[in-house]
Design a protein around this ligand. Structure first.
Ligand code: ARG
Length: 461
């Protein structure tokens, strides 16, 4: 028996083409567990309001429980004629408890408040899953940072050698944005823990139902202050989608570096066999596909966000059917992150770093020139002069094809009388790193502290 949720004022059923367009069960069926939880909570407030007697409530809850088990086992699935998840489950309930009992569940609710509530429940659940997976990436970075504490590498700006930094400092620089992404999810959750159930189609309920009771039952902190806002707003979806896109973008930046680091030219890392792929024609190939997919999927998640915002733009209040388009992009974002992040953390955890090569390259490209300039400043030389002097050292070295530390005491004196042999204390990677000891700097002592702060933040989150 096809059960439509509407039809009283229509003389016939919808055209097949409309039914095909309208249908959403192929993507909203994943909301079924939340829809059933919503129906249980709704049945209880109908009972509390005196609209269901004890026996009817018991029959309804029993039917909902049997339906839940059938959904879980897969023996109940949407029929071709079901428009959406809500329609399918109401049909399932009526089949189990009969129209006299089942026909009472829809009093005082609309699919508009239902779907707005279920969507929040679904996203809140997956926010926790995604946060956990992001923290796994943080843990992988943390473990690598801990293992390689003390290893220098070339720090870059504009992708050019800039100043030496610790590998651990660099890895933790990828951990912090991810920790903020987790924090963003937590902040978002506090704003999203507000239930629209009871808002009805848009105007609220006249039946004496208690929205706060439903909210508490479904794990929300409270219910909405405005029934129109509750049914028509989707900023919670857009914000969630932004955090997903931001997370993917953050991950893509590390992905890009791993791709570069794994090249012959860099040779900074070797990917574990279990996280790299081969070529169908070139037998020697070992490709960084996990990192490339991470980079690629970031674009997809940005697209999901852009699509959603475009759907929402200029949409008048209250509910409009356009809002059915809010689900697929964010489901895609969730699915994408939930498959990407485990592979990504596995790849990071199993990277082998070629620390000797990284350390050897750290002082190359005259990356200690800033240290020379700053040493001169500590000797009382104005920075503009110091910058010139250090630059002149670089020029002298370049002309002769040598490095800064190859300059003799006489060479140094010839560049500037300020350049006494004392400057040699910063003409080493160790000296340079140790000197950057203010808060947030790459000095080994600071990075060791930072590591513990990242670890603490990851545990708290
Ligand atoms: N399936 C719809 C959605 O996802 C909810 C149905 C609301 N339909 C309606 N005609 N008011 O938004």
């Amino acid at each position: 028996t096809p059960v439509s949720l509407w039809g009283g004022r229509f003389s016939g059923g919808p055209a097949d083409a409309l039914a095909a367009l309208s249908k959403s069960t192929h993507f909203d069926w994943r909301l079924a567990p939340h829809d059933l939880a919503g129906s249980r909570a709704h049945a209880r407030v109908l009972h509390a309001a005196g609209l269901l007697d004890d026996a009817t409530l018991a029959a309804m809850l029993d039917g909902l429980e049997r339906l839940r088990a059938d959904v879980e086992s897969g023996s109940f699935v949407p029929a071709e004629s079901d428009e959406d998840v809500h329609t399918a489950l109401e049909r399932g309930l009526i089949v189990r408890v009969g129209p006299e009992v089942g026909g009472r569940i829809r009093a005082g609710r609309s699919r508009n408040d239902q779907v707005a509530t279920l969507f929040r429940m679904y996203l809140r659940e997956h926010a926790r899953v995604v946060a956990g997976l992001v923290l796994d990436v943080v843990e992988a970075l943390l473990a690598q940072a801990r293992t390689h504490l003390g290893v220098p590498m070339p720090g870059r700006t504009h992708l050019q050698h800039a100043q030496p930094v610790l590998l651990s400092h660099h890895l933790l620089a990828h951990a912090w944005p991810l920790l903020r992404d987790v924090e963003r999810l937590r902040d978002w959750d506090a704003r999203t823990a507000v239930s629209p159930y009871g808002a009805g189609a848009l105007a609220g309920s006249s039946l004496g139902l208690d929205p706060e009771a439903v909210a508490a039952d479904l794990g929300f902190a409270t219910s909405v202050e405005n029934s129109i806002d509750g049914t028509a707003s989707r900023d919670f979806v857009a914000e969630f989608s932004f955090v997903c896109a931001m997370t993917a973008v953050d991950v893509s930046r590390l992905a890009e570096e791993v791709i570069l680091w794994a090249t012959k030219e860099f040779s900074f890392v070797t990917l574990d066999d279990s996280y790299s792929t081969g070529s169908s024609i070139m037998p020697q190939k070992k490709n960084p596909d996990v990192a490339e997919l991470a980079r690629g999927k970031a674009g997809r998640l940005v697209g999901d966000l852009a699509g959603l915002l475009t759907t929402l733009k200029a949409l008048p209040l209250a509910y409009n059917r356009d809002l059915q388009e809010d689900k697929e992009p964010v489901f895609d974002a969730v699915d994408t992150l939930e498959v990407l992040l485990p592979a990504f953390s596995g790849m990071v955890a199993t990277l082998t770093f070629h620390t000797d090569r990284m350390a050897a390259l750290a002082p190359q490209g005259f990356s200690l020139a800033t240290d020379v300039a700053e040493w001169l400043v500590r000797e009382g030389v104005p920075f503009r002069v110091a910058h010139e002097v250090a630059g002149a050292c670089v020029r002298a070295c370049e002309e002769r094809g040598i490095e800064l530390w190859d300059l003799s005491d006489d060479d140094l004196r010839a560049v500037s009388p300020h350049l006494t042999p004392g400057v040699r204390e910063v003409l080493s990677v160790e000296g340079s790193l140790a000197s950057r000891s203010a808060k947030g700097g790459t000095a080994p002592v600071r990075v060791a502290e930072q590591l513990e702060r990242v670890a603490a933040s990851a545990t708290e989150a």
